[in-house]
Ligand binder design. Sequence first.
Ligand SMILES: CC(C)(COP(=O)(O)OP(=O)(O)OC[C@H]1O[C@@H](n2cnc3c(N)ncnc32)[C@H](O)[C@@H]1OP(=O)(O)O)[C@@H](O)C(=O)NCCC(=O)NCCS
Length: 181
Amino acid sequence: MAIRRATAADAEAIAAIHVAAYDETYRGIAPPEVFEGLNLERRTAQWRRFFAEPQPDAAAFVIDQDGEPVGFGSNGIDRRGPSPIGWIKAVYLLKRFQGRGLGLAMMATLADDLAAKGVREVRLDVAVGNDPAEAFYRRLGAGFLSAQVDPGPIWKSPTRTYGWTDAAVLAAAAGRADRHG
Ligand SMILES: CC(C)(COP(=O)(O)OP(=O)(O)OC[C@H]1O[C@@H](n2cnc3c(N)ncnc32)[C@H](O)[C@@H]1OP(=O)(O)O)[C@@H](O)C(=O)NCCC(=O)NCCS
């Protein structure tokens, strides 16, 4: 397993994982029209845009297993408030690669990257109904912050926001659990 910073050459592979893992995760949680809207064409366009028009502080990483991308993660920073807030935007692994510690390794990478950029507070949103992901974040020490409805482009999804007060502590928790798990 290797985690590396993603480049424009990864846009298609990330989009394919995004579509497949989203489907595996949210079938039965999201309404059916969501899957039509978030198809490969749309996801590919989204990821090409991500690399073509980089937002300041946004980063994406790919997990390779035997040289093939099997997951990705991304983060960003909101600098509008008095102190910057790091956001974990996505962590997606293909189902057959879940439960092997790769998610922890990606969380450690995303948190390390934010800490290196001077961020302490880290947050993420999880859709209500995605119980395995919520359990995974809670296990990493995430604290519940708020519940809301994400207006989203397609799906007005009820979400919960979780957070950590120190990116370095999250990185250590994910790294430590990975070594022992
Ligand atoms: C959520 C996700 C990123 C977790 O990554 P993963 O590689 O499957 O998880 P790991 O193998 O790293 O699990 C690490 C630890 O969390 C625990 N864990 C994993 N899934 C869990 C669950 N459903 N409930 C409780 N604990 C869980 C594992 O037991 C493991 O602990 P251990 O090392 O003590 O055994 C991954 O499963 C995934 O991509 N899911 C689909 C997409 C998704 O939901 N993304 C999040 C969107 S907000």
